[in-house]
Ligand binder design. Structure first.
Ligand SMILES: Nc1nc2c(c(=O)[nH]1)N[C@H]1C(S)=C(S)[C@@H](COP(=O)(O)O)O[C@H]1N2
Ligand SMILES: [Mo]
Length: 336
């Protein structure tokens, strides 16, 4: 029991550890000798997570019931992560570094009027308004495993549509090789964009990217909902990316721009720590993060200590049959 607790504490938010290292890394490294010597923020986060003191403040009524189909191949017999965890234990650094911050603060982001522009190397640039985002595409439910680079995982029932459906509308031209994504930038609404302290020192807006063939893969989803209802802000309303064979940070939230490009686009975590976070970020148990092993993960089921189990991490997060061919000529160790 004690050992579990220690493990959890030492693994609390590895992505943010990079950001806080000057102040707190020594303390974190002292865990072994000094017992529970972690930053007070990490402790508070763990405490709130274990005590369920992190109930999302977004009223559930603000989430609309969605209409969607349930294709057989994307249903699953895996145990789902409880909805309270999916919408209460989040990474969205625009609202703070603690797992409970997004649920607490993301309601300040305005999503009533939203435009998503798709342009760059395409024949038919397109701007979608919120109504288009919500009604232009056939929605489907897909149950996907989600593996954060911090070595925790969930199983999440997303609702959305393939990114490929949107890309086929804009018709990428022959120069298009990559797809770049950008999150909303509104420091007045997003406290972490307004303060380097709250936002972990990342550069905002948050940006991400995929190779075009990765973007066109049938697994790659633009999600507008979760658990049958529209996304709460903390999960990236009104529209976010889900790439289930990659680490969670590739799944950029609250997207306002998609641009097709000829050259590889910069990405937020790679800019902040290039030796730790690559462009590919494919889930791979054999390629360790410089500061921790990726061989296993802590599965967050219903929450609480009894429901957190450690399990082996799978190559491509278990989606190798669908995506391994994309990387057959790539050295996955160099291209991490
Ligand atoms: N804009 C933005 N998108 C983001 C992040 C972020 O901080 N900002 N965090 C990423 C990380 S590290 C993870 S693990 C997932 C978490 O998604 P979830 O909170 O819906 O589980 O979102 C990703 N998308
Ligand atoms: Mo993550």
């Amino acid at each position: 029991m004690k050992k579990n607790r220690k493990n959890n504490l030492s693994e609390i938010t590895p992505e943010s550890v990079f950001m806080m290292k000057r102040r707190n890394l020594l303390k974190l490294l002292g865990i072994g000798a000094a017992g529970i010597a972690v930053s007070s923020t990490a402790k508070a986060d763990l405490f709130s997570w274990l005590t369920e003191d992190n109930k999302p403040t977004t009223p559930k009524s603000s989430r609309k019931e969605l209409q969607f189909i349930q294709p057989e191949e994307y249903q699953s017999s895996l145990q789902l992560t409880h909805e309270d965890k999916v919408i209460g234990y989040n990474n969205f650094y625009e609202f703070g570094l603690n797992k409970s911050d997004p649920a607490k603060y993301a309601h300040t982001m305005k999503t009533e009027e939203w435009t998503l522009t798709i342009d760059g190397e395409v024949n038919r640039p397109l701007t979608l308004n919120l109504d288009d985002i919500n009604h232009k595409f056939q929605l489907e439910e897909r149950i996907y495993r989600m593996r954060c680079v911090e070595a925790w995982s969930m199983v999440i029932p997303w609702v959305g549509f393939p990114l490929a459906s949107l890309l086929s509308l804009v018709e990428p031209n022959s120069r298009a090789k990559y797809v770049a994504f950008e999150t909303r930038y509104a420091p007045q609404e997003m406290r972490g964009q307004d303060s380097r302290f709250i936002g972990g020192g990342l550069q905002y807006p948050y940006i991400e990217g995929l190779r075009l063939d990765e973007a066109m893969n049938p697994l790659t989803l633009l999600a507008t909902g979760v658990y049958g209802k529209s996304l709460p802000n903390q999960n990236g309303a009104p529209i976010r990316l889900v790439v289930p064979w990659k680490y969670g940070f590739k799944g950029i939230k609250s997207i306002v721009k998609i641009r097709l490009t000829e050259s590889i686009p910069p990405t937020t975590w790679n800019l902040s720590a290039p030796h730790e976070y690559g462009f590919y970020a494919n889930v791979n148990p054999d390629v360790s993060h410089p500061r921790w092993s990726q061989a296993t993960e802590r599965f967050i089921g219903t929450g609480g200590l009894g429901q957190v189990t450690r399990q082996p991490t799978l190559l491509f997060n278990g989606y190798g049959d669908q995506v391994a061919h994309l990387y057959k000529d790539l050295d996955l160790r160099r291209n991490f």
